[in-house]
Design a protein around this ligand. Structure first.
Ligand code: AHR
Length: 510
């Protein structure tokens, strides 16, 4: 049987925000320290203390935004600990992640420098769990105010004359868990209170992100949309011009955290059989139902989909690598992770009317990383390659895709074998990304796109291997990487090809 894929290029959807391809860096394990920050005196080549190799690798995937400083760390972070001369900064204990000491050498200035080096948008998560309204207000003032004020003065004293631009700001993280164990009824009021003091200063406009649900907690979303979002009513005539934000939703985005993990059966990222291959892919695909259900609740309060779902933590979560600190969440990354990344990104693209941003956890040395480091060595993971292959979708127009494929069955269960998304760029070039989740079967595909000619130029790249757990190591850094894909036939209005078992394929059609 041949699978049929149809792409409707005349019925364009919305733009796939580049921010769906965002990342996350927490003060956790070796993400910030060693993974990004090595200090100015390090023999590892760096620019003002930030690793050059990591910056160069991330620039290649067009990293659009970076979330920082956590995660759970954010709700214990007091930003004033991380400014001023480094030798004077307090050493604190990182209670969430291994109870190790944290010398605060990487703070606000270093993070904003990193974002400038990466040419990426900063996304800062503020402290609601253990911080104060004043502390949050002052951080925003420190970062963005161009006039005369105590915080602007302090920033200048610390060497930064002009304010930075800061768009994305999170009002707490996982406040249902490590961020304060709050009930949503309580957090919604906290949200309204804290966000009031997150001000737009000196022409800087903040996109405020409320703490959203964990996985399928639909009650959380209902309450946040009803109570946290604020009024969508038009401005009454008597309200004067200057309070322009009166009628805007006071919440621009609501976060959602969804990890692919099997809490009952933690295994190493590299050690699994077909049962666990299937299991993790099934858990990944569940996110689509969760997005649809949260979105339906949001539609009641926000039918125009102005408030985005911000999936600011997603990815795989496995047992840590042997001999590493369990609090550091350091795991390998295989072809299975790559396919999971491809599936998630296809789902986010296809729901980009509501999914406005996503941040895979995390960028270096933690969970489903893009990059692994060992002292001066650095390798990129199969997941990194998927982000590199999929970057063609960033800020492009979504094209509706219909996929008719057989099922991949394991035991009594089954999942659709193929998963995909498509977009069109300004020049009319179409990019299609497809994952074949079946680890055993290649699949013949007929891809129908009206207007394709036998003379059309098609190029492709595929990420696959004969091993389900193929991964890169410091000894074999290029064990798995994308290769050119040429096995297709271009005909009138269609392209025929065979997608290999367990692969991620991206086709570019001109
Ligand atoms: O990404 C690791 C942790 O997972 C984050 O700190 C937290 O927000 C989540 O539970």
């Amino acid at each position: 049987m041949t699978s049929m894929i149809n792409i409707d290029k005349n019925n364009c959807g919305q733009t796939i925000s580049k921010h769906i391809y965002g990342h996350f860096a927490e003060h956790l394990g070796r993400c910030i320290y060693e993974g990004i920050w090595v200090g100015e005196d390090s023999p590892i080549p760096n620019t003002r203390g930030i690793r050059n190799d990591v910056v160069a690798a991330l620039k290649k995937i067009n990293i659009p935004n970076l979330r920082w400083p956590g995660g759970c760390f954010a709700d214990e972070y007091h930003w004033k600990d991380g400014i001023g001369p480094r030798e004077d900064r307090p050493t604190i204990v990182n209670t969430n992640w291994g109870k190790v000491t944290e010398n605060n050498h990487f703070g606000t200035h270093e993070f904003m420098d990193l974002c400038e080096q990466l040419d990426t948008e900063p996304y800062i998560c503020g402290n609601v769990g253990s911080g104060t309204v004043q502390e949050m207000q002052e951080w925003v003032e420190y970062l963005t105010f161009d006039g005369e004020s105590p915080m602007a003065k302090l920033r200048k004293k610390n060497g930064r004359d002009k304010p930075w631009k800061l768009k994305y700001f999170g009002i707490g993280n996982e406040n249902w868990g490590c961020g304060g164990k709050m009930r949503v009824e309580y957090y919604a009021d906290k949200y309204r209170n804290y966000q009031t003091y997150v001000k737009n200063l000196s022409g800087n406009e903040i996109y405020k992100i409320g703490c959203g649900p964990q996985e399928a907690d639909y009650h959380w979303t209902e309450v946040m949309m009803r109570e946290g979002m604020g009024s969508n009513e038009p401005v009454p005539d008597e309200i004067i011009e200057n309070i322009w934000d009166y009628h805007r939703p006071e919440m621009n985005g609501l976060s959602l955290h969804y990890y692919t993990r099997n809490r009952a059966n933690y295994t190493l990222a590299t050690e699994f059989d077909e049962e666990l291959w299937f299991d993790y892919i099934k858990r990944t695909m569940k996110i689509e139902e969760i997005i649809v259900n949260h979105s339906a609740i949001m539609d009641k309060y926000d039918p125009d989909k102005e408030v985005g779902i911000i999936i600011d933590e997603w990815g795989t979560w496995f047992k840590v690598e042997p001999g590493t600190n369990p609090g550091f969440l350091y795991q390998q990354n295989t072809l299975r992770d790559a396919i999971i990344a491809g599936i998630n990104l296809n789902i986010f693209n296809n729901h980009s009317d509501r999914v406005h941003m996503a941040n895979i956890a995390q960028v270096v040395n933690v969970l489903q990383s893009m990059i692994l480091t060992e002292a001066e060595k650095m390798i990129v993971t199969p997941s990194y390659h998927v982000f590199e292959m999929y970057k063609v979708h960033q800020d492009q127009t979504l094209l509706p895709i219909n996929i008719g494929s057989p099922f991949y069955s394991y035991g009594e269960e089954r999942l659709p074998m193929l998963n995909g998304s498509a977009s069109k760029d300004e020049s009319g070039k179409i990019n299609v990304s497809i994952c074949n989740i079946d680890p055993n079967k290649d699949e013949e595909v007929q891809l129908d796109i009206e207007g394709v000619k036998s003379s059309s130029t098609v190029t492709g790249r595929v990420l696959t291997s004969d091993k389900m757990n193929a991964h890169n190591t410091f000894e074999q850094p290029e064990n798995i990487k994308p290769t050119e894909f040429k096995n297709f036939k271009v005909e009138e209005n269609k392209i025929r090809f065979t997608i290999p078992a367990k692969s991620v394929l991206v086709l570019e059609i001109n």
